[in-house]
Design a protein around this ligand. Structure first.
Ligand code: F6P
Length: 370
């Protein structure tokens, strides 16, 4: 067997752990040759690949980033380096020249969508769901998410002590693109008082009410806000537009927008912290190392069995695989009536929506109003 590996889109903790697992399991089990592509699909377009030895993929389990490099703009069906031209035929030629059985691709929804498109040319892929956003369809988890939640939770813990000391409103902005998984999970883990996610647009007056009420009792308020969150009548806060990217919008800055919106409505001082790429860097958590290892070995097993055109997934705590076409061009959102949101509300967190009423929150006196 000869199998390629590439890492596409933004990096995240656990990429190297997956590369190691795919490569080692296929080398040991099938004596497979492994080829690594540099910088995601850019390596396929620019014919940059290298053989990976057992030694190359050893000792990288705990390393952040990706030994292969990655790229979040290189789409062969409309390549920015060729004025948006379709270079997929050249990519297919290179793939055939290399004599690959297929490629294991570690990526998010943009990368899975590219794989789905390129599959139509005859290329064979197995996807492994990567992203700190946890927003890929058909899988309950993506690797990298647990590490990012831990980093953001640590951020909330730290903001709590300084916010408490000064009696301030402390805002922590997390990443997550158009979904609120990261802010929600870190918000619950860190005990945030207000959690703002894109799936539940907020009412600024409700947030001000919560802050004022807390100012009288606990003096401080912690707000976890997802970068994609927005006011009910508001719009997304866009940091920059990256031309040529499958999703050109880069979000960011809503924490500062929120601060401005709150100033004038409350008397307390407000501080905003934007965690940014710190959430994506560094060593994967033990959970992500284990998940990445299992995902990688499962991808190896699928390749060995010739089950291409699928993405590894975790569903109800079991490893499985789903068709790439069922993942491509889709986003998995937080359900506003999910157990996570409901339990956060039940212990008094606000989602900034006075109209949001959930069953547990109706447990009357057991759930104190914030
Ligand atoms: O998808 C992962 C992610 O980190 C998002 O949470 C964030 O919006 C985006 O990537 C940032 O992208 P870039 O690295 O291009 O700034």
């Amino acid at each position: 067997m000869k199998v390629g590996i590439l890492t596409g889109g933004g990096d995240c903790p656990g990429l190297n752990a997956v590369i190691r697992a795919v490569a080692k399991s296929l080398m040991v089990d099938c004596g497979a040759e492994i080829v690594g592509f540099e910088e995601g699909f850019l390596g396929l377009i620019e014919r940059r690949s290298m053989p990976l030895s057992y030694r190359d993929v050893s000792g990288i389990l705990a390393e952040g980033g990706t030994i292969l490099g990655t790229h979040n703009k290189a789409n062969p069906t409309s390549f920015y380096g060729a004025d948006g031209a379709d270079v997929s035929d050249q990519v297919f030629e290179y793939y055939q020249e290399l004599g690959l059985d297929g490629i294991v691709v570690l990526g998010g929804d943009g990368t899975m969508s590219i794989c789905h498109e390129m599959s139509k040319k005859g290329m064979r892929f197995i996807g492994v769901p990567k992203t700190i956003d946890n927003d890929l369809m058909q899988t309950d988890r993506t690797f990298g998410f647990d590490t990012a939640v831990a980093i953001a939770t640590d951020g909330i813990d730290r903001l709590q002590t300084t916010g408490q000391s000064h009696g301030r409103v402390m805002i922590l902005e997390t990443m997550g693109r158009y979904t609120g998984w990261l802010a929600l999970y870190a918000g619950i883990a860190g005990g945030a008082d207000v959690i703002l996610i894109p799936e539940i647009p907020y009412d600024i007056n409700e947030i001000a009410r919560v802050c004022e009420a807390r100012a009288k009792r606990q003096r401080f308020t912690i707000i976890a806000v997802a970068e994609g969150a927005r006011a009910k009548e508001g719009s997304l806060t866009v940091r920059e537009v990256v031309e040529g990217s499958p999703d050109p919008l880069r979000l960011g800055g809503v924490g500062n927008v929120l601060k401005q919106q709150l100033e004038g409505l409350i008397n307390q001082e407000i501080r905003t912290t934007v965690l940014g790429h710190i959430q994506r860097g560094g060593s994967p958590s033990p959970f992500d190392r284990i998940l990445a290892t299992q995902f990688g070995c499962y991808a190896g097993a699928l390749a060995a069995q010739g089950k291409w055109g699928r993405m590894v997934a975790l569903q109800d705590n079991k490893l499985t695989s789903v068709k790439l076409e069922h993942v491509a061009n889709q986003t998995r959102y937080v359900k506003p009536d999910s157990m996570a949101v409901t339990s956060a509300m039940a212990i008094g967190a606000s989602f900034g929506d006075p109209d949001l009423k959930l069953p547990l929150a109706h447990l009357g006196d057991l759930v104190p109003a914030v």
